[in-house]
Design a protein around this ligand. Structure first.
Ligand SMILES: [Zn+2]
Length: 295
């Protein structure tokens, strides 16, 4: 009998951990997908949003990360823009999770990855929208507001980046700004940005993704930069890291810190970081990089 109780208690603890013991808590996970973005948002009553799905080569580990959190269904799947490091994993995500609706930037890049993603969404009959600046939706008491795109921008340094879907997610006094790979042209088109407690640094910490005036508007306390070691672009740039430091912003990166998870009840905010390697080889490579600083 006692064993049975212990077993039931253990199952309860496990289920609670899997399904999140956090009624009333908003979680935002910056998932380590190497060079790319993937943000899992768990709303206070359990609804789920995934913002970007990383590159294709990280898709299976991304699916495993989400499954391990007891997620079976994604309510909102957002694609900030059609570059491979943001939508390469969409095929695997759509295959693994029943998806309620898709929010897309609406920018047609014409790449094979994007065409396949859009075709897959259509084939599955998933609701599809391209919300623009000013659009709002409240999910489990959390207000999601589209900050950009304001309008379609053409002739910029990267039109795909400069039409990124930028989302402000606010729960009580705590808020997040997810910026995709927005560059200066899109930043200028917005005008004034709202304050946010946590900033997803745009474009993997590239020089064109952040400037002093933008940080002055957003005034974040925390920042997270998703990027992969040894990326060919030199992300993140030292000048951006310095700017964040000078502004007193505590900064985490997925390359150094692994998965970065923010939890808030709308008043206080906690941040935890964890590496969740899928193989011993990954873990040894990580330790090797940390010890040697090599690639
Ligand atoms: Zn990117």
């Amino acid at each position: 009998m006692r064993t049975e109780i212990r077993f039931i208690a253990a199952v309860c603890v496990l289920l609670t951990a899997m399904s999140c013991a956090c009624a009333g808590v908003l979680e935002v996970h910056a998932i380590d997908v190497g060079q790319g973005d993937a943000f899992l948002v768990r709303f206070p009553e359990g609804r789920i949003m995934l913002v970007d799905a990383g590159p294709e080569d990280a898709a299976s580990s991304l699916v495993r990360y989400i499954e391990r959190r007891g997620v079976g269904e994604i309510d909102i799947l957002a694609a900030t823009h059609p570059h491979e490091d943001h939508i390469g994993g969409m095929k695997a995500i759509l295959g693994a999770f029943r998806t309620g609706k898709v929010w897309d930037s609406g920018f047609a890049l014409g790449s094979r990855t994007q065409k396949e993603f859009l075709a897959d969404v259509g084939r599955r009959g998933i609701r599809f929208g391209t919300p623009k600046a000013g659009f709002e939706e409240v999910v489990d008491g959390v207000r999601i507001r589209v900050v950009a795109p304001v309008r379609e921008l053409r002739g910029t340094e990267s039109d795909a980046n400069n039409n990124s879907l930028v989302l402000h997610i606010a729960y009580g006094a705590v808020s997040f700004l997810l910026t995709g790979d927005m560059q200066k042209e899109e930043r200028r088109s917005v005008g004034t940005f709202p304050n946010a407690t946590v900033l997803k640094v745009a474009h993997h910490g590239s020089r064109d993704g952040t400037d002093a005036s933008f940080l002055n508007q957003v005034r974040p306390q925390y920042a997270v930069i998703p990027y992969g070691y040894g990326n060919p672009y030199g992300h993140p740039k030292a000048g951006v890291l310095e700017l964040l430091r000078k502004n007193g912003v505590q900064t985490a990166t997925t390359a150094d810190d692994g998965n970065v998870v923010f939890r808030t009840d709308g008043t206080s905010l906690s941040v935890t970081m964890s590496r969740e390697s899928n193989s011993l080889v990954d873990e040894l490579l990580y330790l090797f990089r940390k010890l040697t600083g090599w690639f």
